[in-house]
Design a protein around this ligand. Structure first.
Ligand code: ARG
Length: 467
């Protein structure tokens, strides 16, 4: 079998080498980007007079035929073609003739070609993932708007801590996911530069117009140092990192959904459509989707560490090690896309059990901090002492087997001389929530501001449709 690079070789490739060396079985994923890049390159070669206009046109038409064949599933991917770049070029030469097909690779190397293809792919996925995250944020935001008055315990150390609204808890995730979306968008902006025309590593003596190619492909500009451009995989590392953080956030939400759907919590009921059953226990309804998202976080973290490790210590410029950059990215990207989409649907269809949340707030003396704050504010008691007095009130309630919020004004006065009957209104759980009006607090007026901020961001930040 003829190889494009076989000129200096006198022996044929070993079969083992061919299979080991080939990337076609996974980089065929990049056919759209590869052909778009080749078309832009051929047009530029034509307009610069490096190719005759008619030659450039025939190449572009030939590439369109190859594209149509691949899209229609009529293209045969062969291991001996090694990678998508050579497979496309070979087929092009069959269609338009070897003489003309062989001119496409003028002023280009597979090193800048693969850097371009993979970068185009990653940029598109940055956009796709950020739009999916926005849909999830929109769900959280509108759900929050309907749960401003749904009281639930806020936790620290997974122990009941202070009363908050469900809206507030949901908005915490909206802000986490907004940072995630912003991370994908900023990676997009930073990496939106074309490496094509870097050639093998040192540029080319041909009078190419890199800006024209960049413009044709929708990039904001061109990269500045060819050696860096062919060896840079930061864009791939960034999307892997962005996905790891996104999945870490998703796994935290999923962990809570798993806990909340347990018999112990009973805060939510995940819809049947997004739950699974047990093969032996007929009564079981399991939160498999949430568990899988939590589990897949490990796998995307593995992909990030794998590529960091591959890139570590690589000399400039291109090294074949870098062919190992793609599969982990493809895997993390599809994991992120499907996880965010299904998480969104699962939340949309879940039922939040407000009564169970409310009764949970009556366990754990959630308004204790409010009582201490009352002593500080109304009675000028130093906070440390107020903390101690409140502790006594908690012990008093525990002895009676009730929650602090259930004590009467009269009972409070028996705990400590500083406690008046008026203290009782600070024990009210809803009042506790509404007292926290500080910026970022759980009071409704503060949460409404948070919802508004996210709403405005969602509206301004409609994903840029670049290419
Ligand atoms: N299949 C290769 C990759 O994915 C393409 C670049 C090959 N370049 C080279 N000089 N061998 O990285």
């Amino acid at each position: 079998m003829k190889k494009m690079w076989e000129g200096r070789f006198s022996e044929a490739s070993a079969k083992l080498l061919e299979e080991f060396n080939a990337s076609i079985h996974f980089d065929k994923n990049l056919f759209e980007q590869d052909i778009a890049g080749s078309k832009a390159h051929a047009k530029m070669l034509g307009s610069q007079g490096i190719l005759k206009p008619s030659e450039s046109e025939q190449i572009v038409a030939g590439l369109d035929t190859v594209l149509a064949e691949i899209r229609a599933g009529e293209f045969e991917f062969r291991t001996e073609d090694e990678d998508i770049h050579m497979a496309v070029e070979k087929r092009l030469s069959e269609i338009i003739g070897k003489e003309l097909g062989g001119r496409l690779h003028t002023a280009r190397s597979r090193n800048d070609q693969v850097a371009l293809d993979f970068r185009l792919y990653v940029l598109e996925k940055n956009q796709e993932i950020s739009s999916k995250i926005k849909a999830l944020i929109a769900t959280l935001n509108s759900l929050a708007a309907t749960h401003l008055n749904t009281l639930m315990p806020g936790f620290t150390h997974l122990q009941h801590a202070q009363p908050v609204s469900l809206a507030y808890h949901l908005m915490a995730y909206a802000f986490m996911f907004r940072r995630d979306a912003q991370r994908f968008i900023s990676s997009f902006d930073r990496n939106n530069l074309s490496p094509l025309g870097s050639a093998a590593l040192a540029g080319t003596p041909h009078k190419i117009d890199r800006e024209m190619v960049a413009h044709e492909l929708g990039f904001a500009g061109v990269t500045q140092n060819a050696m860096d451009s062919v060896s840079d995989r930061d864009f791939a590392l960034e999307i892997l990192f962005n996905i790891s953080v996104l999945m870490t956030h998703a796994s935290r939400l999923c962990e809570e959904l798993i806990l909340w759907s347990s018999q112990e919590f009973g805060f939510i009921t995940i819809s049947d459509a997004y739950s699974t059953g047990s093969s032996i226990m007929p009564q079981k309804k399991n939160p498999d989707v949430a568990e899988l998202i939590r589990g897949k976080t490990g796998r995307v973290n593995g992909n990030l560490v794998a590529l960091l490790t591959t890139m570590k210590g690589l000399p400039l410029a291109y090294n074949k090690d870098m062919q190992e950059d793609k599969e982990g990215v493809f895997d993390s990207v599809s994991t992120a896309l499907s996880s965010v989409e299904i998480l969104n649907e699962m939340i949309k269809t879940a039922k939040f059990n407000e009564e169970n949340m409310l009764s949970a707030t009556k366990k754990g003396h959630l308004s204790a901090t409010d009582l201490a704050d009352y002593l500080v504010r109304e009675k000028s008691v130093p906070f440390r002492e107020a903390h101690f007095i409140t502790g006594k009130a908690v012990a008093y309630a525990e002895n009676l087997g009730v929650d602090l919020s259930e004590l009467s004004g009269e009972q409070l006065t028996q705990v400590d001389i500083n406690l008046g009957e008026d203290a009782v209104k600070f024990l009210d759980l809803n009042a506790s929530k509404e007292a926290r009006k500080s910026a970022g607090g759980t009071a409704n007026e503060s949460v409404k501001r948070q919802i508004k901020q996210i709403d405005e961001w969602l509206e301004i930040n409609v994903c840029k449709e670049i290419r």
